[in-house]
Design a protein around this ligand. Sequence first.
Ligand SMILES: Nc1ncnc2c1ncn2[C@@H]1O[C@H](COP(=O)(O)OP(=O)(O)O)[C@@H](O)[C@H]1O
Ligand SMILES: [Mg+2]
Length: 292
Amino acid sequence: MTTLATGTAAQARAAGQPSPDEPVVIVEGLHKSYGALHVLKGVSLTVRRGEVVVLIGPSGSGKSTFLRCLNRLIDPEQGRIVVAGYEMTSPKTNLPRARRHIGLVSQHFNLYPHMTAAQNVMEGPVTVLRTPREEARRRAVELLGRVGLADKVDIHPRQLSGGQQQRVAIARALAMDPAVMLFDEPTSALDPELTGEVLDVMKSLADAGMTMLIVSHEMHFAFRVANRVVMFDEGVIIEEGPPAEMFSRAREERTRRFLSQLLSWEAEEGELVAHDSEGAAGAGGGGGEGGG
Ligand SMILES: Nc1ncnc2c1ncn2[C@@H]1O[C@H](COP(=O)(O)OP(=O)(O)O)[C@@H](O)[C@H]1O
Ligand SMILES: [Mg+2]
């Protein structure tokens, strides 16, 4: 459970971010209904700076709703949300301003088709932050390099694979210098052979100290990258813990059942996650690496 924000003080954005242990996301008692459907039933979660939290749980358990409440794309009826120091649930908060600090990457890349990769990445800084075009372009090129797309800067999305488009989408979110990155099943729309390149970029962000909330069922990734795995079921968090602990000895039967489905699935794909009983899971982590 080590979070190494190694040598990346530069990365750790200067903008008003306080001490390392400071919560970046605070959620207390969140409720959301759609008509009669009570989707979030009192969810509380705190994410500290530099933490990587992976949200798992059955389809329909409220994970996407939860993420979308964080930047108030969805309005919860009850509860408190603070992100990067902004009271997201206060009527006084300037939401557009607050949202600049929250990067969101969903399964649909939603790139502008008529713009090149660099133009897509520059768009937010230029239109929202009023960054001069030249500077925004320089930064876009740098970010595209960081996600492994240095040679695709002036290419349009239709000429890019799904994995490459998703990496442009990540660069676009990073261009706003967010305090936290939210990922909602970022690889679920990708062909299996393209998920690795996106997960690798996400891992490099984690290694650089980015605070991240990730809905994903890529358990091998969660095992290597997450500080915590949080299990949603029917609109509540039923348990959470470090991945090695959750995978080897989850407390809740529902979590064990859910994980065993996922883990056997990954095993079938040759991505077996260390799953020994006596806590051996914590040691290796090499279970599926290299792919021998
Ligand atoms: N805009 C909406 N209107 C009505 N029901 C919705 C809406 N969005 C989600 N739901 C319902 O809320 C529940 C939780 O959905 P969601 O948050 O997407 O779950 P998850 O991401 O965990 O699969 C589901 O039953 C879903 O059908
Ligand atoms: Mg979802």
